[in-house]
Design a protein around this ligand. Structure first.
Ligand code: SAH
Length: 358
């Protein structure tokens, strides 16, 4: 198997080319081609012919194919289903915000975490993505859409901290001034709460935004919807978040899915507020997106408003997440599920009360 060249850092590439007897500038030259989406070594026209064929013998270049593409008529959100070189598929979503174009990427094919409300985890984990495959989602989404990408969120299929080393390497690649040059402050990473990996990430002192999927403030409710809570209970997780904040100086964001009768009780809002005190945290309240395979239902609008009110009364800033792409299965694994089931006609299923977002 040839080596995956786009997963290499600039330094590694420079060393590899130097070992082939090439001048020092070659590494950067090839790196730049790769990060502009060159599909082959043949396309790197300013490299000597002999070098191009030598590279082709030793290395391969990942180029995902568009398997499906859906565009929301409502807000222009585009959802891509990318087919990888081994035939597996992952989802990427392109969203347009005032602060710039944001790409939401997947970190794994499937997911091992088993959250009860999430479509991504229904078939378990198939495999983790390589750094190149993480980068390609940003790169080729931008190229296909013909748009500049300014923000990246690791919030698609998979658990980024379960693919720790490859995600870290991806962050270095996407942040590279010779590549896409996306600033760390324009990157968010979302985790279901692997507390020990949050500590490991803190050691790198990156300026990215850590987003923690909390979804319930008490162990009983959280364990019922998120199996990961049995390994890392709420207080252990929040202690890791506190250390993360102290070490990096970056405020942690909490994702909180509003599920009818499961996570939206008033006493849960009170408990959440008391547990987040002193964390300088921000809470994103997200009305549950219905997943066909799950009986869980989104909270009512009044229940969400009441929950938000209680948090704010306790000095915890909370926003209700605007829902984009509701008409195109743009949440967590739903397009891939449909594709795996080979349903040819993707049509939206959505609770009408959330139709236009906030
Ligand atoms: N594994 C990571 C990132 C992927 S999930 C994590 O758990 O954070 C991205 C976010 O979408 C998480 O907050 C997840 O809990 C949430 N999510 C998953 N399914 C959802 C659904 N049906 N409705 C609303 N949010 C959902």
């Amino acid at each position: 198997m040839k080596q995956d060249i786009k997963s290499m850092t600039l330094q590694e590439l420079t060393e590899a080319l130097r070992a082939m007897g090439q001048p020092a500038f070659r590494g950067r030259q090839v790196f730049t081609w790769l990060h502009r989406g060159a599909p082959s070594f043949e396309a790197m026209t300013d490299l000597p012919k002999a070098l191009r064929s030598r590279l082709d013998e030793e290395f391969r270049i990942t180029v995902p194919k568009v398997a499906r593409k859906q565009r929301s008529a409502r807000d222009g959100t585009v959802k891509y289903l990318w087919e990888l070189s081994d035939g597996n598929c992952v989802e990427t979503v392109l969203m347009h915000y005032r602060h710039g174009n944001t790409v939401c990427i997947s970190s794994e094919v499937g997911c091992p975490m088993g959250c009860r409300f999430c479509a991504s985890t229904l078939g378990g984990l198939v495999r983790r993505l390589a750094p190149s495959e993480l980068l390609d989602q940003v790169l080729f989404t931008g190229l296909d859409a013909g748009e500049e990408i300014s923000n990246v969120v690791l919030m698609g299929i998979g658990e980024p901290l379960d693919n720790f080393d490859n995600v870290l390497r991806f962050l270095e690649l996407v942040n590279s001034p010779d590549g896409l040059n996306i600033g760390m402050r324009h990157i968010s990473l979302s985790t279901c709460g692997l507390a020990d990996r949050i500590d490991a990430l803190a050691e790198h002192r990156l300026q990215l935004t850590l987003s923690v999927s909390l979804h319930a403030p008490d162990d009983e409710s959280r364990s019922a919807i998120m199996p990961v809570n049995r390994r890392y209970p709420v207080d252990m997780l929040l202690a890791a978040c506190r250390r993360y904040f102290e070490k990096t100086g970056r405020r942690v964001t909490f994702e909180y899915t509003m599920i009818d009768g499961v996570s939206d009780r008033e006493e849960q809002a009170q408990l959440l507020a008391s547990k987040l005190r002193g964390l300088a945290a921000h809470v994103n309240l997200i009305p549950l997106n219905r997943v066909a395979e799950s009986p869980l239902r989104p909270s009512s609008r009044p229940a969400v408003a009441r929950f938000q009110q209680i948090l704010e009364a306790h000095g915890i800033p909370a926003t209700v997440r605007r829902s984009l792409g509701g008409d195109i299965d743009a949440s967590c694994g739903q397009l891939r599920r449909r594709y795996l089931r080979e349903e040819p006609d993707p049509q939206a299923k959505e609770d009408p009360q959330w139709k236009h977002g906030d």
